[in-house]
Ligand binder design. Structure first.
Ligand code: ADP
Length: 467
């Protein structure tokens, strides 16, 4: 029980005037600020009864929970708030802390970076470091040494307008991203025929039939924004597009770019584009791009806007040929946060929706996920039927779980026992699907209430469906 006189007076006032919302809220805030967490929790709960949807009270309650390590309660309190578009960034940071507390660092990083892209003042480098364990020192590709007295023989890759790297300086650009070979093709992507076709036309045909495209004044390059619920297969698809094209694949995560020092994120971004330019043809894939390309109007600080400007400058290139053979694929679960300037021609001008799989696609995904395992007779359609609302990532979880159980049985039996339909059905019972429904609810809000430009028309039939 707090023994602070001021608090006691406030508490007494609240007792005498129990329906005074501002008073209760103030008391709860004071208790929280002074670290009386259980009392703060009780006061926020009481205030919430008076004003059930109040975002400040919900975030206050969530903070009281997080600071008491009651992470599940914090997430449950925040859930309705986070389902609304444009929720307070502080709620996002608290959700990130709760998710990290539960060990879900991937989703924590997503929430955290999304929130600080909207309110950079909430950045906490120490917490961010927990989310992004420093990568192993990357192999830095060395440019060919120039002859001592002469300029380099090959023209240097053009620098973009905004950040000019200083060779040899401690801040000389390095890309943390790595060049990979994809190892997948569209044959490894089940279903999604419409999406594959859109990528073929946009990315593959201009390279396979350059003359035809040139005749219409079109050239290879540019980008596509893949959007849809988490786990629906955006990364998988991007990797397969690189393989289909015979292109190198550079997979860029937020940790490869975002840096707490002003200017460093822009340098990292430039270095990453340069890495792709040196390895063309190359698919440059940006995951969670909404954190790098957030709406500038939402940002309070100029230096975060600078990163968006840099990204736009890199996409445009300093001249026509700068990005020839560099295909930018970007993925986001929250396309509505991406600055509209990215949708201009030559940038990420083609948003492509990566939908959650229907029953036929789920059966096809399961077939692909199981293809290299010892199998009994399988009825993938039966498993697809009981996994409504599961996305590719969830189905992978089902297969992984079933395989683990089978492995245990095989070890006990001393011989390999093939995987069967009941194994998958049992595993499906124990896997909870990720948040497709919640995603659809958020998408519905944007499609119905913030679709003036028609940007989300493609989603209309989906959000009107049953979820
Ligand atoms: P996202 O990038 O949309 O969050 P991912 O691409 O990481 O989702 O998908 C997670 C995993 O689910 C992939 O690694 C892949 O194994 C599986 N997966 C998703 N969609 C498909 C698909 N259409 N065909 C085959 N596997 C898929």
């Amino acid at each position: 029980m707090p023994d602070d006189a001021g608090l006691q007076a406030l508490r007494e006032a609240a007792r005498l005037s129990p329906d005074n919302l501002p008073l209760r809220q103030h008391l709860a805030g004071q208790l929280l600020a002074k670290g009386y967490l259980a009392d703060a929790e009780a006061e926020f709960r009481a205030a919430l009864v008076l004003s059930p949807k109040n975002p400040e009270i919900i975030t206050g309650l969530a903070e009281a929970f997080v600071r008491q390590s009651a992470y599940g309660s914090a997430l449950a309190a925040l859930e309705p708030l986070l389902a609304e578009p444009g929720y307070p960034p502080r709620a996002g940071v608290l959700a990130a802390r709760a998710l990290a507390g539960e060990g879900d660092l991937g989703r924590a990083a997503y929430r955290y970076f999304e929130a600080i892209s909207r309110e950079p003042a909430l950045a906490d480098p120490e917490f961010a470091a927990r989310l992004n364990p420093p990568p192993a020192p990357p192999p830095v590709p060395q440019p060919p040494a120039a002859p001592p007295a002469a300029p380099p023989a090959a023209p240097a890759p053009p620098a973009p307008a905004l950040v000019t790297p200083q060779p040899g300086s401690p801040l000389a650009p390095q890309s943390n991203a790595e060049v990979q070979s994809s190892g997948l093709t569209f044959a490894d992507v089940a279903g999604m025929e419409a999406v594959k076709e859109a990528l073929r036309v946009k990315l593959l045909l201009p390279i396979q039939q350059p003359d035809l495209f040139a005749a219409f004044g079109k050239r290879a390059g540019g980008g596509v924004l893949l959007y849809g619920p988490p786990g629906a297969g955006k990364t998988h698809l991007a990797r397969a597009a690189a393989g289909e094209l015979g292109a190198a694949f550079v997979n860029v995560g937020l940790a490869d770019i975002l840096d707490m020092y002003i200017g460093s994120s822009e340098r990292n971004l430039h270095a990453t584009f340069d890495l792709a330019r040196r390895n063309r043809p190359c698919v440059l894939f940006f995951d969670e791009v909404d954190a790098l390309a957030a709406r500038r109007s939402d940002m309070r600080q100029a230096h975060t806007r600078q990163l968006v400007n840099q990204f736009l400058a890199e996409l445009d290139g300093v001249d026509q040929n700068a990005n020839e053979g560099v295909l930018v694929l970007a993925a986001t679960n929250a396309p509505w946060y991406v600055d509209a300037a990215f949708r201009r021609p030559g940038r990420l001008d083609q948003p492509v929706f990566v939908p959650p799989p229907d029953a036929a696609a789920r059966a096809a995904i399961l077939r692909i996920l199981c293809r290299d395992k010892p199998l009994a007779e399988m009825d993938f359609d039966a498993v697809a039927k009981v996994t409504e609302h599961f996305v590719g990532a969830d189905l992978k979880g089902v297969v992984d779980r079933a395989v683990e159980a089978k492995l245990q049985q095989s070890i006990s039996a001393g011989r390999p026992i093939p995987l069967s339909t009941p194994d998958l059905l049992a595993a499906a019972q124990s896997v909870r699907p990720t948040a497709v429904r919640e995603w659809m609810a958020t998408a519905r809000n944007y499609v119905m209430h913030a679709n003036d430009s028609g940007a989300w028309d493609e989603l209309m039939p989906w959000v009107k469906g049953k979820w």
